[in-house]
Each structure stands twice: as structure tokens, then as C-alpha cells.
Design a protein around this ligand. Structure first.
Ligand SMILES: [Zn+2]
Length: 396
């Protein structure tokens, strides 16, 4: 058995080695996964996969890509260690890390004779299988024989997770989190969250942004998000992406742009717990497009959030209206549209110059013990809240 350092390599190196092995008549098998908290089910699956080929190559998802579809708190184990453990298994010949959400690119590069998927794999569509078949390979599904899931392990280890933290698969009818096909674990502890709009609030707004290389963080965004994390807030992004319905770009472009955002936020130590997006058009009548509240409700359920102590921040009045409808504190940032759309007549609790200023204001309010506004229900409550706000302003 070769040392782990010879097995865990950059993807380009693995591709080169495999090309050489294929030229010498070896049958390459490829599979992939997050392999977070490796368990007997993984080891058994990989052993049986190895029996189908001469060389077993495993792609391991990077932390950013796992976070995109598994949500809060995942992965538990960082990418290098997950890859290291997979490489330590005798059945595995080569391991590399990859950041794409799907395997199409891996299969284009590797051209394996066999693409081996786990039996409980729920990737929708057959695009990956099409790629492998185009290169003369075949896709096979291996049933899972030792049924253990990492989610189960975490649940048992935590013990206190609610029984309705059931495994969820498949996109919901209205709106989608970036985790359409994987398991979610609902955190046991209720926490407040800062809900953030994306374009014009976190990053510079350009029309229907979908090119990752054009993503540019707004000044103060990384610092502000970091401050919210330090204050114990979960970070949730809720974004309308009508460009998908309009056919201006694909969901895949949206995911790529999100990954560019993750990378840009990395130096600040910012981890986004979940991104929720509405892919529908203006007139589709869905309940997830802001100011619709479906995505916030879903976040509350999935991430166990305390909305009354949460904050919604955005550059448009539809952001403020979403926050108002769900009983949150609302902050308008003077970036992006800076509230100039005027679609909804909502007075924000605070107008911030940027996310850093917004975090500073929330921190100060927590320090001074100023009460959070009462949950808003209807117009009367809103008026009361506006009165409360002007009183607070007068104090300053
Ligand atoms: Zn929608």
C-alpha cells in the first residue's frame, strides 16, 4: 500500500496518472462524496466499488461545496482531513479535492470506465451519466449495504436533536436552499440570525450578476458579517434571483457566484450558514420571492432560529418588508439600491452606511440593553414600533 501522500494529490495530477494507467489497460473507477465522519458504510461501499475496477479514484468535496448543500455546521471535519482519511483506506487508490457541486467536470477530465454512485444517491438528472457515457464509460449504482448516515451519527452523538430533524431530501415546492438534495441537521439550540440580501448588500450589485469573476465584496461587508458571527448570530442569505426564471443564467452560475463569495469572505473568517434563493420570475406568484416570507419561514424551521431577535438587512424595501412581515428588526444599508426602489413603505429600524455599521449598531443596542422591537403584527404594531424607534432616536 502506498503512503497517503502518494494517494492524496491535486486533481490535475490524478488525471495525468489515470491517463497513463488507462493507456496501459487499467480500468479506472470513479466515485465522490463529502465523506464527513467516515463510517463503516463508507468503507464497505468503497471496498465494493474497488472490486469493480483496477484503480479507484475518489473525489472529495471541498468545505465550501459541502456547506453549499449540507448547510449549517457541515462539514464537521475539514477537507484536508476528510481527504486524508479516505486516502488511508486500502480500497482507495487516489483522492483529490474538488469544489464543483456536480461531477460533470470530474468526469470530463478523468474519463473513467466506471462512474460508481451510492445507492441512496439522489442527484437529480442524468447529466453526469451522460458525460461518462459520451467518453465510453458507464455509470453504475451500488446499493448501500451498511446503512449508516453521517446525519444519523451526528444526531445520536448530540442526542438532544428533535425527532423532526428528519432527513430531508428534494427541493421544496417554493424556493430552494442551496441544499436541494442532501440531509439537513437542525441545530438543537435556538439562535438569532442576521438575514442578508446578497446583491447590493454583501457584494456590489451589477445587473443579473452571475459571473463569479465579477463578484466584488462591498466595503465593510466581511467585517460586518464577522462581527455578527462573533455576537452569536447565524448568517443566512436570502436572495431573489429572477435572472434564473428569465433564462439569463443557470442555477449553476448562481452557485458558482456564491462560491466566489465564500472565497472572498474567507479572509474574514466568515461562514454563511445557508443561502436561500427564489429562482422565480416577478409574476410567477410564488411565495418565496421577497417580500414573500416562505424562505425566512423555512430558514427558521431548518436552522432553529429565533426571529424575534433576528435582523433583516438589505438595500431594497422588499428586504425591509420581508423583515417586517416576519417580526424582525430591519436595517437598510445605503449600498446598492439604498432603498431608492420605494416599492414598499417600510421604515427601517436603522439606516446603516454598510454592513459593518449595521453590526456596530446592533452590538451597541445589545450593550445598552435597548429592547428589541415587539414582533410586528399588522399596521398598528408597525406604528407602535415606529413610535418606539423615534423615542430611541431622541435618546441619542
Ligand atoms: Zn420564488
Amino acid at each position: 500500500m502506498s503512503p497517503i501522500s502518494d494517494k492524496f494529490l491535486p486533481r490535475d495530477d490524478v488525471v495525468r496518472i489515470c491517463r497513463d494507467l488507462q493507456a496501459r489497460g487499467r480500468r479506472i473507477g470513479f466515485t465522490s462524496g463529502a465523506f464527513d465522519l467516515i463510517h463503516a458504510g463508507h468503507a464497505d461501499f468503497l471496498e465494493r466499488a474497488r472490486a469493480l475496477c483496477d484503480v479507484l479514484v475518489v473525489g472529495v468535496n471541498t468545505d465550501d461545496s459541502v456547506r453549499q448543500y449540507k448547510g449549517s455546521g457541515r462539514p464537521v471535519v475539514p477537507e484536508d482531513r476528510r481527504a486524508h482519511l479516505v486516502a488511508a483506506l486500502e480500497s482507495v487508490d487516489y483522492v483529490f479535492l474538488f469544489e464543483e457541486r456536480r461531477n460533470a467536470r470530474n468526469l470530463e477530465l478523468l474519463k473513467p470506465q466506471l462512474y460508481i454512485k451510492a445507492g441512496d444517491y439522489t442527484e437529480s438528472g442524468l447529466t453526469s451519466s451522460e458525460v461518462v457515457e459520451r467518453h465510453g464509460g458507464e455509470a453504475v449504482i451500488l446499493p448501500i449495504e451498511i446503512a449508516t448516515s453521517t446525519t444519523d451519527l451526528i444526531r445520536r452523538a448530540c442526542g438532544s436533536l428533535s425527532p423532526d430533524a428528519a432527513e430531508k431530501t428534494g427541493p421544496s415546492e417554493d424556493g430552494q436552499s442551496a441544499g436541494e438534495f442532501c440531509f439537513d441537521v437542525r441545530p438543537a439550540k435556538t439562535a438569532p440570525a442576521v438575514f442578508l440580501d446578497r446583491d447590493g448588500t454583501i457584494n456590489v450589485e451589477t445587473e443579473y450578476l452571475h459571473e463569479p469573476e465579477r463578484l466584488e465584496l462591498l466595503p465593510g461587508a466581511g467585517e460586518g458579517m464577522r462581527r455578527f458571527m462573533d455576537m452569536g448570530y447565524r448568517i443566512v442569505v436570502v436572495t431573489n434571483q429572477a435572472g434564473i426564471a428569465l433564462g439569463y443564467f443557470a442555477k449553476e452560475d448562481f452557485y458558482k457566484t456564491n462560491r466566489a463569495m465564500f472565497r472572498a469572505l474567507k479572509p474574514f473568517g466568515v461562514v454563511i450558514d445557508r443561502i436561500y434563493f427564489c429562482p422565480h420570475g416577478l409574476n410567477d406568484g410564488c411565495s418565496c420571492r421577497k417580500p414573500g416570507t416562505a424562505l425566512v419561514e423555512r430558514a427558521r424551521e431548518e436552522l432553529n432560529l429565533d426571529l424575534a431577535h433576528s435582523v433583516f438587512i438589505g438595500d431594497r424595501t422588499s428586504d425591509l418588508e420581508t423583515g417586517r412581515r416576519t417580526g424582525m428588526t430591519t436595517i437598510l444599508v445605503r449600498t446598492g439600491a439604498a432603498g431608492s426602489d420605494g416599492e414598499y413603505g417600510v421604515e427601517p429600524d436603522y439606516v446603516a452606511s454598510d454592513l459593518s455599521d449595521a453590526a456596530r449598531w446592533v452590538l451597541e443596542r445589545e450593550r445598552t440593553g435597548a429592547p428589541f422591537p415587539e414582533p410586528v403584527r399588522g399596521k398598528r404594531a408597525l406604528t407602535q414600533r415606529l413610535v418606539a424607534k423615534s423615542i430611541r432616536k431622541g435618546k441619542r
